[in-house]
Design a protein around this ligand. Sequence first.
Ligand SMILES: Cc1ncc(COP(=O)(O)O)c(C=O)c1O
Ligand SMILES: N[C@@H](CCCC[NH3+])C(=O)O
Length: 423
Amino acid sequence: MDHFLYRDGILHAEDVPLPEIAASVGTPAYVYSAATLLRHYRLFDEALDWGPHLVCYAVKAASNVALLKLLGDEGAGMDVVSEGEYRRARAAGVPGDRIVFSGVGKTPGEMRHVLEGGIRQINLESEPEYRMLSEIASNMGIEVPVTVRVNPDVDAKTHEKIATGKSENKFGIPIAKARNVYAELATLPGLRVVGIDVHIGSQLTDLDPFRLAYRKVADLTETLRADGHTIDRLDLGGGLGIPYERSNLAPPVPLEYGQVVRDEVGHLGCEIEIEPGRLIAGNAGVLLASVIFVKEGEGRDFLILDAAMNDLIRPAMYGAHHDIVPLRETAAGAEMHPYDVVGPVCESGDTFTKARLLPPLAPSDVVAFRSAGAYGAVMASEYNSRPLVPEVLVRGENWSVIRPRPSYDEMIARESVPAWLDG
Ligand SMILES: Cc1ncc(COP(=O)(O)O)c(C=O)c1O
Ligand SMILES: N[C@@H](CCCC[NH3+])C(=O)O
């Protein structure tokens, strides 16, 4: 459920009519609903309330500081994968002891930064990484809580580009090597083992892969405990999918997911951490775009929008589907028209969808891409020198720009011509 609904024939974000935002901010623009974001966070929090837990929002999904502040103030932890994300979380007021640091390629500088600033735990993904962290932390006189991300070799049954738990993926340490790795970790200074981490992929619509992976983690917990290690915390990653097509059967909800977690690892008495991103932010955001032209092609009509692949790359990158709806509600029984919906960027890949049935649209009409809150604005670029897409946050009747669209001058002023080029 989200808070983008038609009221009096006009699509609203909570209590704000979206045409008002489009007219004021211009398009393209991302609009987020605070109520949806918080609702989804709370669903996860409640799904795990059978035991000690922390929902660490995956900052990569949508990382605007205002969104992080909303979630942080609600008690959320954060899962970060870079110093930049860590700094954003801290800027949003989230204390270090609610931040976990994931990722396969943490640099020494990033490690030092989070150790200085305070961190709940670092999820380690390779031998060279934990040896480096041990050296840095012990030189700083710190003992940092760590887990090892294990790769359980489970098929997450999702798009191959976002599956992370198979042996061919770059993520984690093969689960079969875990005993040796934990044995070495126990001898290294500067590190304090607290648990195990796993994350098998994103946009999972089936709970079985989670079940399989968590069962393996439960077995490993018992083995490692028998070896004498302290395993008090299980970070079970993110990955629960969302319904991108309203017509589709809905994927499992957080409550069902929480039950799987309880079934598989609940008996171990560990504190549970999860790292959901997409399910919290995905349906909490839409991308508004205006029609520039309707162009007649060979046997097709192109709906040319002012949003492009640089603003929302998911369709070009993964062939992803996003529902597209006009801001003015379509009358029941209205005649629909097939459009190839495209952006202005100079690539044929800048196609959002082909032959999509929409009501007849004309220049200046505004449409909304639904389910664009996660992996939307964060993956935007300035390709074709299109200034970075702005972001807006709505809460009830209030709305504010939380990231403005840079002017062309600002975009260009970041660059400089070296004196030695200037004659
Ligand atoms: C380590 C880690 N945690 C959490 C997430 C968030 O995943 P999702 O947005 O699918 O919940 C990801 C992305 O797949 C990830 O790589
Ligand atoms: N960017 C991807 C998800 C990446 C998941 C991050 N580990 C998407 O839009 O679906």
